[in-house]
Design a protein around this ligand. Sequence first.
Ligand SMILES: Cc1cc2nc3c(=O)[nH]c(=O)nc-3n(C[C@H](O)[C@H](O)[C@H](O)COP(=O)(O)OP(=O)(O)OC[C@H]3O[C@@H](n4cnc5c(N)ncnc54)[C@H](O)[C@@H]3O)c2cc1C
Length: 435
Amino acid sequence: MTLSRRLFLSMLMTGTALPARAADPDVVVIGAGVAGLAAARSLMAANKAVLVVEARERIGGRAVTDSTTFGFPFDLGAQWIEAGRTNPAMAILKEMNAKPLPDRLEQAIYVAGTEAPREEYARFEKIAIDASRKLVEALKKAPDAPVGRVLVAQDPLERLAYAMVGPLESGVELGELSARDFMRQPETEPQYSVAEGLGALVARWGAKVPVKLGTRVVRVDSTGPQVLVVTTNGQLSAKAVIVTVPTGVLASGPFGFAPQLSVARREAIAQVPMALYNKIALSFGRKVIDAPAGRSVTGLTRNDQAFDAVVRPYNRDAAIVFVGGAQARQLEEEGTGAALAFAVSALAEIYGNDLRGLMVRSSVTRWGKDPFARGSWSMATPGNADKRLVLAQPHHDRLFFAGEATDPVWATRVGGAYASGVRAAREALAILGKK
Ligand SMILES: Cc1cc2nc3c(=O)[nH]c(=O)nc-3n(C[C@H](O)[C@H](O)[C@H](O)COP(=O)(O)OP(=O)(O)OC[C@H]3O[C@@H](n4cnc5c(N)ncnc54)[C@H](O)[C@@H]3O)c2cc1C
């Protein structure tokens, strides 16, 4: 038997003529976040051989808990399961027997360091209800609009309320936010967390899934009979592949496909980019924040910068400050020191200058600089909310796509990641069945 040089090279490059090896998995899943783990668990339940390939040295992706720095679980990424009555990710709690802890809904509002008077709380609520009505009205008149065109703040309290639609909820400024993509999301209540931290729960839930860690995928080739997955750690082949990496990673370049992704999908990846939302956690040497444990604070600083915070989490002398949108991007550019300085100053405006200089531990997330996330979650640009449906479509028969960005209802959230993983596994099972 002879083997031509050309055939030899094509085998090397694409695996085209290679038969399946006994050890080849039925399905390779790329990414061990909630979507990848949900897909893998569904396929394993259907008795398929699965291998998950993960670039990081851990599973969980954007769900990760730091249980050591502060002595309480600090979720660097996802913490809450929102809209808990219908959220698909409640299945994770159920499967792991984890008790859902309802979030306390009280929120303290501060403008320029001073708590809003009682009547301003009522006005704040009214602004939120009116904002929702205005967005619904706008969507009756046009298929979509930038939220910034519908909600135009007239005073600091409105600016703060609208920041809770834009940077602090969606991770983007109001002008970049699609009203349709925002209004698609189910309500946030009831909102649950879990005692060990959501990231720690996800890590436990995914522990039995076979994962090849520290292995970055650089290319997926579905031109041959087997799909070839080229990684920094060798090549794999499978009958089907499920891709779960964030749109930010797909857009960033070093991840190639053969055949190339369609123009429509590339356009969808560009128009459903990553938003940015970061957490700045700090603990103090003694009690410097006079507030009930776990109080939620939403504030506008004297410099007109909006932030959220949870103070005295777990009854500790600590605080977690949340920033989003342009401000989060700027703080990432300026570095960890700038983020900490912002958080200390925002807290000092409210709780007094005593806390300056008393910080003992800190942790600052930089999801935008993370090469395997490139942001916090996906948000469609105005006019492009339906492009999520394009992201969810299979590519070239045996390549399926999951990840929060691909879910038409629960996108941005752990629920979207979970639901999309289960959906992609079902799609893969359908073609495996045919074979
Ligand atoms: C700060 C922050 C707060 C959040 N808060 C909440 C919240 O309270 N509630 C909520 O529901 N959601 C929240 N989210 C969003 C939630 O974390 C995500 O929607 C969800 O975790 C996404 O899961 P996923 O599986 O789609 O993606 P990911 O978790 O990003 O998984 C994708 C995986 O692919 C891996 N990967 C990337 N590139 C490659 C490659 N080339 N090769 C191999 N592997 C690769 C990544 O390392 C990652 O593990 C938050 C996110 C952030 C960042």
